[in-house]
Design a protein. Structure first.
Length: 228
């Protein structure tokens, strides 16, 4: 596992939910509707909050749902998101300034998220975050629309983001930034270190146990770790 940060990363891969935006309100509301409509007991808020970030299929599997139950939940959840729930969301304070500083320093910025790409790109555009990314919305990478059977895949998203941005080329120094353990594991699978952010949705100790190289408490601290 790569746990040493480069002195000055050339490429920074950014998670979306819990790192750039506070998406929990919309995601949790859509999940409540999905569980209610499918007749499955609605998990408490603490459990629902853990859904934010990891692949949805993985979180549903951890509840012990059957494949058919999970597919039913995914169908209603996606409908609610696309009807507007995905915009019940806000950019974390300090994030735009962080992104502007990184771009001004010449850093290549891309988004690598477990959220399906067809949903992630409109969210990034809605909040104007694409203006900071190296290739605009083409720098937003996520999986295809996931189903109940999708339990993994962030490592594939990171690989695609690295390849498309040149972060996997000789001389590049890439870093993943995220708030959950799957961000750290996906980075490690691609041979790059990860920086965790404490303002996201991770459980206490989750990032450290996963092997994160460093944890930033604020966007300003993250800026210091990335730019020195």
């Amino acid at each position: 596992m790569t746990t040493t940060l480069p002195d000055r990363p050339t490429h920074v891969l950014l998670d979306l939910d819990g790192t750039l935006t506070d998406s929990a309100p919309g995601i949790m509301a859509c999940l409540r509707t999905a569980f209610t409509e499918t007749g499955i007991p609605v998990p408490d808020d603490a459990r629902l909050r853990r859904f934010v970030g990891p692949p949805l299929g993985l979180s549903l599997a951890r509840l012990g749902l059957t494949h058919d139950q999970a597919e039913a939940v995914v169908t209603v959840y996606r409908r609610e998101l696309e009807a507007g729930g995905m915009y019940d969301n806000a950019v974390f304070d300090g994030v735009p300034g962080l992104l502007a500083a990184l771009r001004a320093a010449g850093t290549t910025l891309v988004v690598a998220t477990a959220k399906p790409q067809p949903l992630a790109r409109p969210i990034v555009e809605h909040f104007g975050l694409h203006r900071y990314l190296s290739a605009g919305l083409d720098s937003v990478f996520g999986p295809a629309m996931e189903g109940a059977g999708e339990h993994t895949g962030k490592e594939k998203v990171v690989a695609r983001a690295l390849a498309a941005s040149g972060g996997d080329q000789a001389g590049a120094a890439a870093v993943m930034v995220g708030d959950r353990e799957h961000d750290v594991h996906a980075a490690a699978a691609n041979g790059i270190p990860a920086i965790g952010v404490a303002w996201g949705y991770g459980e206490p100790g989750e990032l450290e146990e996963a092997g994160v190289a460093a944890v930033a408490g604020t966007p300003e601290e993250l800026r210091g770790l990335l730019l020195g």
